[in-house]
Design a protein around this ligand. Structure first.
Ligand code: 5AD
Length: 432
């Protein structure tokens, strides 16, 4: 199974190339040395990651050609906003009409949308977000693999089950060779083109080990590599970029500095934001966002969170529900409200219509498995499948009973592809 469709190089202008997908042209940044017009390539996140032989490309394209357009039709049909507006609040109609036309809205409007509760109004909001997703991104959906390489962490985040405070948790650290083998399987056996390597902070690796891991994966199995090791500092970010990492996944968790301080002893929001800004300047794709449903968080805070993700030039918005973990200081708190998470995803799509990919998180599925489909139909267009070896997966216990904790990767892939197809989505990283 393929998670990217090969494209054909149409023109080259320095590092920028035009790639054709069944006649539709997209721009991508090229870092490969030898590339010529007419070559077939795979692109991810706007980067050309590898050349494909014409034989392989044409075989894959012939499988896709018919289905690609068929799926597009299904998606287009589903994403029409057929709602009865007569009983709906005029303000909502005005706001969503403006949003649909790509016109800017104000903070008051955003707060108002997050405050909606009425079923018909919510349906209208979610459908508008789905319409905007289709209009701006077509039917593509990113399917990335995540490998949780270690659950060691020196931080003491009050919500997180792998925090250093959780002394009872058994810790693991995959060896560089284990990480490389798992990444190799992800790319060569399962067809992933984008990988996220994640760990707790200061997980006990030497930076040279991480450089070695990334360089080896990139050389043996060209792919788009995202790192998610917490605040590793600009010097290390630079080193891992030079080793081949091209994306940084790091949530700022909350844009409210007081909530941030309360939940992250001894740390400040500013340092985290500076880290994200520095990574963006270095050329990293930024994947960021926060937790919905934190104690003390208001709708105004959530609006601020989404605006902050946009300000940080997020390529992908990652907003998921807080789920209490029994072995943390927040164990007695309530989990996030399901609908609020969907509203936040829809609002993210309305605020950042053209650029952002919007992640449907595993935490959301953990809250309720039916929400994955709902979120994909409320603005979402990205998922991550868990490639962490089963022997370690349940130990990466950021919150309890994570969805897919015991599922083979092949099962996750099959279920995801079936779900995407039912919605007319193609598991690709292409956007219009
Ligand atoms: N509920 C939901 N998400 C959590 N994370 C950590 N703890 C929890 C929890 N209890 C998320 C954080 C972090 C990511 C790796 O996991 O947002 O950025």
């Amino acid at each position: 199974m393929c998670y990217a469709i090969p494209g054909k190089i149409q023109s080259i202008d320095g590092k920028t190339v035009q790639v054709s997908y069944f006649g539709e042209l997209r721009k991508a940044y090229n870092e490969l040395h030898e590339i010529a017009v007419g070559d077939y390539v795979y692109a991810q996140g706007g980067f050309i990651i590898t050349k494909v032989s014409p034989g392989e490309a044409e075989a894959t394209l012939s499988i896709w050609k018919e289905e690609f357009f068929e799926l597009q039709k299904v998606d287009l049909r589903i994403s029409k906003v057929n709602v009865e507006r007569s009983g709906i609040d005029k303000r909502l109609v005005t706001i969503l009409d403006k949003a649909s036309m790509g016109q800017g809205l104000g903070r008051d409007d955003y707060r108002y949308l997050l405050g909606l509760n009425d079923a018909a109004a919510l349906d209208y909001l979610f459908k508008t977000a789905n319409f905007l997703r289709q209009k701006n991104h077509g039917n593509s959906c990113c399917v990335h693999a995540i490998i949780e390489i270690s659950n060691y962490c020196k931080k003491q985040c009050s919500y997180c089950g792998i925090s250093a405070l959780n002394a009872g948790l058994k810790r693991y650290r995959m060896s560089p060779e284990e990480i490389i083998d798992t990444a190799g399987q992800a790319v060569s056996d399962f067809g992933f083109k984008a990988l996220v390597l994640q760990s707790g902070e200061d997980a006990g690796y030497d930076i040279r080990d991480l450089e070695y891991v990334i360089r080896t994966i990139k050389t043996k199995w060209p792919s788009l590599i995202f790192i998610s090791f917490g605040e590793i500092g600009t010097a290390n970010l630079e080193r891992l970029y030079n080793a081949g990492a091209r994306g940084l996944l790091m949530r700022f968790e909350t844009s409210n500095p007081a909530i941030y301080r309360a939940l992250h002893p001894g740390q400040g929001l500013d340092a985290r934001i500076e880290h994200l800004k520095a990574a963006y300047k270095m050329g990293y794709l930024i994947l960021t966002g926060g937790l919905i449903g934190l104690p003390g968080q208001t709708n105004e805070d959530i609006v601020g969170d989404i605006l902050l993700a946009q300000e940080l030039n997020a390529e992908m918005f990652s907003f998921g529900p807080f789920i209490p973990h029994f072995d943390t200081p927040l164990n007695a708190n309530k989990p996030a409200d399901e609908e609020m998470v969907l509203k936040a995803l829809a609002l993210s799509r309305i605020i950042d219509q053209k650029k952002a990919k919007i992640l449907v998180t595993t935490a959301l599925e953990t809250l309720n498995p039916a929400l994955r489909k709902k979120a994909l139909a409320s603005g979402g267009n990205s998922v991550m499948l868990n490639m962490t070896p089963l022997e370690y997966r349940s130990l990466y216990s950021i919150y309890p009973n994570r969805a897919h904790e015991k599922e083979l990767i092949q099962t996750q892939i099959n279920d995801t592809i079936a779900l995407l197809r039912s919605l007319g989505r193609a598991p690709t990283d292409l956007s219009i």
